[in-house]
Design a protein. Structure first.
Ligand SMILES: *[C@@H]1O[C@H](CO)[C@@H](O)[C@H](O)[C@H]1NC(C)=O
Ligand SMILES: *[C@@H]1O[C@H](CO)[C@@H](O)[C@H](O)[C@H]1NC(C)=O
Length: 257
């Protein structure tokens, strides 16, 4: 046995002893009186969609702060398999764009903050959000898309077909889903979905920048900074403060850190 293995085993033993001591203390406290522990660790709340914490995210395909949030805090949160049992997430891609209806084609045309490639990226992303289920899979594909966008040295060179094929090769989507997305964003449906995201964004009269994040329909600067820093921790704090519940992944995080 080499030294590293030994270290791993020792750490494991230490953590388990620690857990045992903690759980023993908890059960002793419990015997003395339920009130000493406000709420025990809860495994499965089984919340219906309307009872979950609700996040509405307004984003743009090429905005650096949006990319940082999606590839950082959001991606780390999705590493937890169960976070979406407690959280609804919806992302709309439009942000500070502008839309004009072309009366001849009856389609909208777009001008985007970071140029035409962003308009294209927004359309692809809105198609993904609408065409891929479950939501975890859709967001993971958005993450793959943003990772691949960042590999391009020049925005003008971004090729969304190639990017989607790469994400397909990385097994983020099936062949059928890939076709569904390409069909959506190269056709009228992509235009309509983009218009829907535009209307939804424009109804946010307070929106000042992107990403713009609403918690249960409201914007709050403190919640915003907590979410962009560490979404898991925010969800833990939210459930602890506002629902008096300690979620399973929060417990683990505290022990391990
Ligand atoms: C969760 O709740 C739904 C309906 O409220 C129910 O059908 C389902 O069986 C529950 N699942 C678990 C694991 O308790
Ligand atoms: C709990 O809810 C209140 C009122 O909606 C809110 O101000 C507060 O930020 C919430 N707590 C967390 C951690 O979000």
């Amino acid at each position: 046995m080499n030294l590293i293995n030994l270290q791993v085993i020792l750490t494991f033993l230490f953590l388990n002893t620690f857990r045992f001591v903690v759980s023993k203390q908890l059960s002793l406290t419990k015997l003395k009186g339920q009130n000493l522990i406000k709420k025990p660790f809860q495994k499965n709340l089984n919340l219906s969609s309307k009872n979950k914490l609700d996040l509405e995210i307004y984003s743009e395909a090429l905005c650096p702060d949006c990319q940082q949030f999606i590839l950082g805090s959001l991606q780390r949160a999705l590493n937890s398999d169960i976070i979406l049992d407690y959280l609804n997430i919806q992302i709309y891609f439009y942000g500070n764009a502008e839309e004009v209806l072309d009366p001849q084609t009856n389609l909208f045309s777009y001008r985007c903050q970071h140029g035409p490639k962003e308009c294209e990226g927004n359309r692809v992303s809105n198609c993904i959000m609408n065409k891929i289920n479950p939501i975890k899979k859709a967001i993971e594909l958005i993450i793959c898309l943003e990772e691949e966008i960042k590999r391009y040295a020049q925005i003008q060179m971004v090729n969304y077909d190639k990017i989607l094929i790469k994400c397909y090769q990385k097994k983020k989507i099936t062949n059928q889903e890939l076709k569904r997305i390409i069909k959506c964003y190269s056709g009228e449906e992509g235009n309509i979905l983009q218009h829907f995201a535009a209307q939804k964004t424009e109804s946010q009269t307070e929106l000042q920048f992107v990403p713009w994040i609403l918690v249960n329909g409201k914007y709050d600067i403190q919640q915003y900074s907590a979410i962009t820093k560490d979404l898991i921790l925010f969800v833990c704090d939210y459930y602890k403060q506002n629902r008096s519940v300690k979620l399973p992944f929060c417990q683990q995080k505290e022990v391990l850190i």
